[in-house]
Design a protein around this ligand. Sequence first.
Ligand code: ZN
Length: 102
Amino acid sequence: MYCTKCGAQNSDGTRFCTACGASTEPAAEYGALPGGATTSAPGKRLRRVMADKKIAGVCAGFAEYFDMDVTLVRLIWLAMVLIPPAPGVIIYIVAWIILPRS
Ligand SMILES: [Zn+2]
């Protein structure tokens, strides 16, 4: 392996560089590399999308969450609003109140 500090070649298993004395274990030397950052990436969560909203961003939020076309979500919602007993109205208002803005 090669030293990450000075580039000198060291035999495998050597914990410290024979040339400069730096640790040859990358994990110990660079504990905060970008590779570790991917594990802490925020997960997908249901939210109201303010950038793509028609009324309160609920449809856009659902479309984003379920990886659906926002137009399709709006059509489904429209059907739920127009067909009695119109559960879409209640769901929309509830989602409007409880979902966080993005
Ligand atoms: Zn070195």
